[in-house]
Design a protein around this ligand. Structure first.
Ligand SMILES: *Cc1c(COP(=O)(O)O)cnc(C)c1O
Ligand code: SF4
Length: 337
């Protein structure tokens, strides 16, 4: 579903919002898969799934701190489809199309309407770039969503990167297991079997996103021995309360997905209604400390606007004077070093 009319026909928006939805969709691509449409609660006024995927007029309002390229990919892009910010790892973006278009997307100016797919020549150049730099130990396929490529094309790219002797680990960032789980079939799983490990980091922001078919897709990956990580964007009105985050991280671990990062939202254009302050984020992370096991705790990070990389911004449990604060908030002075 990509237009106001299609969203209305599916019962996702009322008829009087079709025009609005289309004007947003002209600016930022809209796509809702049947899986996600099934999970949206049509009766709820502010459903956290509707908020993530359905167009909203507020997206057309831009605030001064927002940037087209919030995490500075362009400044670190030596070649089309390649972003190289840290010496030991490199991003490859074989396609910038996605199965769904998240309304808060940090790369919204290049995914969707601006979507591009790397040509065979561009892939060759990217592989040559990696081969020439033995310090690159890890290649991360992102985009866009690499798992919307056919298993044959994805497997081919993975195999060619894995053939570079100095690359030790591959990683794929994907929303497909949640948003379009039908794509995780035997051929897709087989494409992930390579000379070196292929980690899959699943973008998931709400426990209800794991309902339905997603559970089967994730189990198929885990049963095949694919190491699974979870990536979550902290979003106002979606998951900015301790109960929802607790339920999400517990559910991920139950599904054999280790929460890896909790991302502070990036200042992408038209996304102010999703952003909260770092202090609010820290208070949530602090509240989770005693509530869920360490296995369920991702690292709270922010990508420094401008292209300087990700840094942890989790709350400190050590005061300026060295006192330690336990999960209940009690302060322990003597225990500190
Ligand atoms: C996020 C990101 C990575 C991966 O960082 P990790 O902290 O290893 O997950 C690598 N390169 C770029 C350009 C990134 O934005
Ligand atoms: S899946 Fe990722 S890249 Fe694609 S629209 Fe969502 S946030 Fe953007």
């Amino acid at each position: 579903m990509r237009s106001g009319r299609a969203l209305n026909a599916a019962g996702l928006i009322p008829a009087d919002r079709v025009g609005e939805a289309d004007s947003v969709a002209r600016r930022y691509a809209v796509a809702v898969t049947p899986q996600i449409a099934n999970l949206i609660d049509r009766g709820a006024a502010d459903d956290p799934l509707a908020r993530q995927y359905l167009p909203d007029m507020r997206e057309l309002t831009r605030t001064p701190e927002e940037r087209d390229d919030p995490i500075g990919d362009d400044a670190r892009s030596p070649l089309p489809g390649v972003v190289h910010r840290y010496p030991d790892r490199v991003l490859l973006m074989p396609t910038t199309a996605c199965p769904v278009y998240c309304r808060f997307c940090f790369r919204r100016e290049r995914v969707g309407h601006g979507a591009t797919t790397m040509s065979a020549a561009e892939i060759d150049e990217a592989l040559a770039y990696i081969s020439a730099r033995p310090e690159i130990r890890e290649a991360i396929l992102t985009g866009g969503d690499p798992m919307i490529l056919s298993p044959r094309r994805l497997g081919d790219i993975l195999r060619r990167v894995a053939a570079i002797e100095t690359v030790e680990v591959l990683r794929i960032h994907s929303r497909v297991p949640v948003a379009d789980p039908g794509r995780i079939d035997d051929a897709a799983v087989a494409a992930l079997r390579q000379r070196i490990p292929v980690y899959v980091s699943i973008h998931c922001n709400h426990p209800r996103e794991l309902d339905g078919e997603a559970a089967r897709a994730i189990a198929a990956l885990a049963d095949a021995g694919v190491p699974l990580l979870g990536q979550t964007v902290l979003l106002k009105g979606v998951n900015d309360d301790a109960e929802t985050l607790e339920a999400l991280f517990r559910a991920l671990v139950r599904h054999r997905v280790r929460p890896y990062y909790l991302h502070h939202p990036d200042p992408a254009p038209g996304t102010a209604h999703f952003r909260l302050s770092i202090e609010e984020g820290q208070a949530l992370v602090r509240a989770l400390r005693g509530r869920i096991s360490g296995l369920c705790q991702p690292t709270y990070v922010i990508d420094i606007p401008g292209g300087y990389g990700k840094v942890p911004v989790g709350p400190s449990f050590r005061d300026e004077d060295g006192a330690l604060r336990d999960w209940r908030g009690a302060v322990h002075r003597d225990a500190a070093g």
